[in-house]
Design a protein around this ligand. Structure first.
Ligand code: 5RP
Length: 219
């Protein structure tokens, strides 16, 4: 399914474009399609080290995000997307840079299999929140007041949990029920010290959804 999704995405790319690519396995398939096709003049911007390495290994040009202000199109995976194209991107802890890439793109396209498409985000996954280190305890307490269970994401951080490429901790805020996704995202983003959240509201132009029967639908 990820392969079919990637193939549908590949068809939207034209030679000469500068494109954004996020992380994940579907994006890896898309890189394989780009490599097999005649897209030798494209340039890629990516927040993902794995994606950058895969592109480089196929001779696909990768340019720095900070030298880029506009992209023809960008593709990314997510953990869950709803029918209004709100997405939760909790997994990679690179959401701050992913959102920058998304913002630069004329079209930000999510690539998912049908298991990730829901009518309304269910918040089975936490909202990842990148914070300035000095604001760690304050932001944690504010998220808890909003009803979330909050933990510093465990992983490879040398003093504790996961740190981003920007040197900031990432905490996971698990919410039980959320009525208004946009309002929740605004409230979290407004807490002083929050750098960015993994809740992508009103950003995606479309989602390419791969179905188990091998077809794809676009929402
Ligand atoms: C993590 C993400 C990834 O892009 C997403 O999980 C990738 O999914 P897949 O491996 O199924 O393509 O947003 O938060």
């Amino acid at each position: 399914m990820k392969r079919e999704c990637a193939e549908a995405a590949y068809k939207l790319i034209k030679n000469g474009m500068t494109i954004g690519l996020g992380g994940g396995r579907t994006i890896q398939y898309l890189i394989e399609f780009i490599n097999m096709g005649n897209l030798d003049q494209i340039k890629v911007v990516t927040p993902s080290m794995s994606t950058a390495l895969a592109c480089k290994s196929h001779g696909i040009t990768v340019i720095p995000t900070w030298l880029t202000s506009s992209l023809d199109i960008a593709f990314d995976g997510c953990d869950q997307v709803d029918e209004s194209l709100n997405a939760l991107k909790s997994g990679g802890a690179i959401h701050t840079q992913e959102r920058i890439v998304a913002a630069m793109a004329k079209q930000y396209v999510l690539l998912v299999d049908s298991s990730k498409l829901v009518q309304k985000l269910t918040f089975d996954y936490p909202v990842a929140v990148e914070v300035v280190p000095e604001a760690f305890s304050y932001v944690k307490s504010q998220l808890e007041k909003m009803g979330a269970q909050v933990a510093w994401r465990t992983g490879s951080g040398k003093d504790g949990g996961v740190m981003t490429d920007q040197g900031n901790p990432v905490m996971d805020a698990a919410f039980n029920t959320v009525d208004d996704v946009a309002a929740l995202n605004r409230r979290i983003s407004d807490i002083p010290g929050v750098v960015d959240t993994s809740l992508f509201v009103g950003i995606a132009a479309k989602a390419i959804v791969a179905q188990p029967d091998g077809t794809v639908t676009v929402i």
